[in-house]
Design a protein around this ligand. Structure first.
Ligand code: FES
Length: 82
């Protein structure tokens, strides 16, 4: 099973607009669900799409204006597929 790649934009705009909390949320979610081996979490620099941020890319799919509700939905669907 290939790892799920989660890349969080750590640029100052995304970080300030929610990715600081989103990152913490993902880290906790991984821990609570024991998904360390399935999810590869990393950070990236500003991709120039600050206006639609905070941005998170999961397996090449870009999600915009990500908040914890949206994240939970995405992570739940990943969890049920791994
Ligand atoms: S800071 Fe995330 S796209 Fe610019």
């Amino acid at each position: 099973m290939a790892k799920v790649e989660v890349t969080v934009c750590m640029g100052s705009s995304c970080f300030a607009r929610g990715n600081a909390q989103n990152l913490e949320f993902i880290e906790n979610y991984i821990k609570e669900n024991g998904l360390e081996a399935q999810i590869d979490l990393s950070g990236t620099r500003c991709s120039g799409k600050c206006a639609v941020g905070p941005n998170i890319v999961i397996n090449g799919v870009e999600y915009n204006e990500v908040d914890e509700n949206k994240l939970k939905e995405i992570l739940d669907s990943i969890k049920s597929s791994v």
